[in-house]
Design a protein around this ligand. Sequence first.
Ligand SMILES: Cc1ncc(COP(=O)(O)O)c(C=O)c1O
Length: 479
Amino acid sequence: MNTSILIAPPALVRRAEQQDTQAIQALDSAHFIHPFTDHGDLATRGSRVITHADNIYVWDSEDHKILDAMSGLWCVNAGYGRKELADAAYQQMMTLPFYNTFFQTTNVPAVQLATKLAALAPKVGGRRFEHVFFSSSGSESNDTNVRMVRRYWDLLGQPQRKVIISRNNAYHGSTMAGASLGGMSGMHAQGDLPIPNITHIEQPYFFENALPGESEADFGLRAARWLDEKILSIGADKVAAFIAEPVQGAGGVIIPPSTYWPEIQRIVDKHGILLISDEVICAFGRLGHWFAYEKFGMRPDLVTFAKGVTSGYIPLGGVMVGDRVAQVLVDKGGEFNHGYTYSGHPVACAVALANIELMERENLVVQVRDDTGPYLAERFEELRHHPLVGTAEACGFVAGLLLVKNKATRELFDPDLGVGMMCRAHCFRNGLIMRAVGDRMIIAPPLVMTRAQIDEMVALIRRCLDATVDELRAVGQLG
Ligand SMILES: Cc1ncc(COP(=O)(O)O)c(C=O)c1O
């Protein structure tokens, strides 16, 4: 097998890969254990080898150009090929590639980024975010949250407040705490999860959980009150926090009714429990705001971020720590025995600063809020008329379609048919990356996507939906 391509310079690798996809696939299957992948399947079918990218497009090793409607994994907000970000990493690597931030040591990019994030985080209801804890991922940040909220209640003399409430079908990461906070049954089934003192309520998914004839507004209130019922059943004095994504991402882009978040806020305030807004997907312009809590009128105490903070160019995550927690933990807590080698990594922080500067210069957040986001919603609304589409929703730059067997009755397909995966395969064949969550087809495009590119993407989506209809008809699953 030709392994020389793996040690060649990048330009040569690109050319060699185009000739040698099978060699790479064989090495990949032999040596690389991938996240969320069935390796039996990988060995038979081989990975898609992505070799390079520009703007909103990626190319594979067979030189297919693919429109990436998922921004990598909800993260390449500034789009691919941004030289400013590469330059920032290079400059910082040549100046100070690493130094730790433990034991009363700091570095300039980490301080500058913490200051910048504190300035960007909107103040709501008198609550401010003046402090940041850095990690390298969303999962690590949510592990930090678990330790931080329990430490907070310990310091307040209420150590019995341990329980963290989350929601079914939520995604909060893949570490022990992250996967436990998440509400994915498939993840809980592997590794004896959830860990103790984490429990879940139902998600605010109107299509699945509303009663016949119930309005969205009424459903939003009823769904929020599941939290109240849960708190009362546990005992409010035992509950530390409620964690949720403003819009559930990996669960299939579940956008709650507008009544949901205000009612959740009322409930957490009534019981005095902490609110954690997991904005790993939703922050940094994804919903048309630097932080999504502002859009929904939430007043969180902690905000998880990652992904878009560096547009995915380098790993960085963290927690915005609101005044309520900071005043106890930072001002009175003594040493917090928690931290990661790469907390405040200077190169990651330098890239984040360059990314935020770029997003400000190009006005990307406002563009999504006022122009391209509403346009995407308008174009998605048109897809609702497609014979395969039961529901179509968009919020900022995330959107989802539910594929149904019968449009009039909204009857779902047999899950074993894998209609979502069928549609996803048509997307790849037609040069489009869309994600399937069951039979929900979802997107989260790069924020640099223009109106013309939205048109191009919607035309591709329509073509893939048509191809899925044809395939379903051919196998007798649609009339
Ligand atoms: C809302 C949310 N929280 C946490 C995570 C975990 O982030 P990471 O994969 O960086 O650990 C994700 C990842 O998709 C996420 O969507």
